[in-house]
Design a protein around this ligand. Structure first.
Ligand code: 13P
Ligand code: ZN
Length: 210
């Protein structure tokens, strides 16, 4: 894909998320790797529904702005995840409704906030570790994510939202949609007697991939 195609893809996927209610206002940010060790990040304060290719931020690996508007205040944690995990090529951060609701609950298992009850959750995400609360843009979010970068594909930011990685931007978006749907089902099924997948069933899915 050319750089312009990557930019146009980010604009289109962000608009698709916005138009289906996965983000509201100026919340959330997306990023992906570009060639030459550079990164494409959504500008700070921008609505995911109204991005333009020319204004997307292009950063070097130290976070210096090479082109476009001022980058997301969360670009520090995006860059930390890329630095630590070479398999991560794209990141989606959202305040989507059901995952954010989940992030506000007391007593979540810090190792996994969502126990598996459907196969696609296991195949795309697997587990959802919880990062303690820090204000948006706080540098310690990057430190916490970096420490867990190799242990999973998605992370719940307490009282804030979610961070989801992928092998490319469409993969990261697909992982995010699957995860948000799983959180929605979690709330729909609250109070019901759920049959969770067994450890054997989960391991069988992990060995097969997507
Ligand atoms: O979700 C956000 C902060 O956590 C949005 O911040 P930015 O507008 O700087 O990307
Ligand atoms: Zn946020």
């Amino acid at each position: 894909m050319t750089e312009l195609e990557q930019k146009n893809q980010m604009v289109a996927l962000a608009a698709s998320l916005f138009n289906r209610g996965y983000s509201v206002g100026g919340a959330g940010n997306l990023s992906c790797r570009l060639d030459g060790g550079r990164f494409l990040v959504t500008p700070t304060g921008s609505s995911l529904g109204r991005l333009t290719a020319e204004r997307l931020s292009v950063l070097d690996s130290d976070g210096n702005l090479l082109a476009g508007d001022k980058p997301s205040k969360e670009s520090v944690f995006h860059l930390a995840l890329y630095r630590k995990n070479p398999a991560c090529n794209a990141i989606v951060h959202l305040h989507s409704t059901y995952l954010t609701a989940l992030s506000c609950l007391q007593g979540l298992d810090p190792a996994n906030a969502l126990k598996a009850f459907t196969p696609y959750y296991v195949m795309r995400v697997g587990a959802l570790p919880v990062i303690p609360y820090y204000r948006p843009g706080h540098p310690d979010i990057a430190r916490e994510l970096e420490a867990r970068a190799l242990t999973g594909r998605a992370f719940l930011l307490a009282n804030h939202g979610v961070v989801v990685t992928g092998s490319d931007l469409t993969d990261a978006v697909d992982n995010t949609e699957e995860l948000e749907e799983t959180a929605r089902l979690h709330f729909i099924l609250r109070g019901e007697n759920i049959r969770y997948l067994t450890d054997d069933e989960v391991n069988d899915l992990k060995n097969r991939g997507k």
